[in-house]
Write a protein that binds this ligand. Sequence first.
Ligand code: AMP
Length: 392
Amino acid sequence: MKYIDQIEMKGKRVFLRVDFNVPMDKEGNVTGDKRIRASIPTIKYALEKGAKLIVASHLGRPRGKRVAEMSLKPVTKILSELLHKQVIFYDDCVGEAIQKAAGNMKEGDIILLENLRFHPGEDKNDAEFARQLATLCDIYIDDAFAVSHRAAASNSAITEFVQTCAAGFLLKNEVEYFKKAMINPAKPLAAIIGGAKVSDKIGLLGNLIEKVDKIIIGGGMAFTFLRAAGYETGKSLCEEDMLDTARKIAEKAKQKNVQFLLPVDAVIAPSATAEAEIKTCSVKEIPKEWIGLDIGPATISLFSDALKGVKTIIWNGPLGMFELAPFSKGTFDLAAAVANSGALSIIGGGDTDTAIKNSGFSAKMSYISTGGGAFLEWLEGKTLPGIAALGK
Ligand code: AMP
């Protein structure tokens, strides 16, 4: 795979696929610019190198139709402000007018195209739609890691029609850190896996067990493992149909000599609310009507100690119902332990980034992935079509 800093862009029309799938309020105002900021290094670099930059993204799920609320137009102003530069918006992404505009661009110009998903060909990875996009450019750059797990015309088929294809800096970071975590990790390697359900994490656990030295399990899914190990877990989350799978995963860890750590105590409450009475107890003593909603202090110590001396940490999923303050301590204290471990730490998938952000330790992590589903599928050992297309 080529990276953006390995290609010559001066005077070339560069099609840049980004992820500007930003949150918006009812009035159409962008309420979070994190995703726009994430691609700024790539955009600035391309403009400084004299590219004629054509930026394209999806927003929401319009399913092949024009949906006014999902227009990328409101992004134009924010992008202009962040770049201190005029960005021209076009209300489509293919067609004669866009073709003409692309042809008339000067070095250092930037245009933003309308939502790619307004065309049905985008989600279908349609070759004809991809060809139309490709006619706009000389070079294709992909910086939209968050959609790499789905083959779309703008991240997969388009690479068949453009000779020079490369990854932007955001994608480069994702690839490089993924290699450091999963392909060539400094050992010992530990995985912290939390979140609600075992069923969502089977693929990931199955793949990680082959690679890691330690697996630390927390969150709602830990209770399914505890139940499988014979504990009564009250009204804690438990997937009855996953008990067998949980047993097999724990057994496999044993066979592979992977240290498999489950909580030894829990913060429990009669209901999953911030106002509920809370207690801490051993996982052997969870009362019938109570719910385990966070790991307890003994588990925090056990897990934090297990991270000492570890060289690489992969983390997916919160260790408790962190959205509610009384059940956030386990996740936040472990974030502190990871931040202070000295290990290379790679975090991502689902809402894990939100949990880490709320802990206040984001800046001390080595890398927080921008991909929810894409990062998860990567951890599952799947090939991501968007990445594979670039590697061809
Ligand atoms: P996931 O998307 O699978 O990583 O799950 C994240 C969700 O798991 C968060 O919304 C947490 O509130 C939830 N969660 C974590 N621990 C627990 C728990 N002990 N009981 C119920 N839900 C939990």
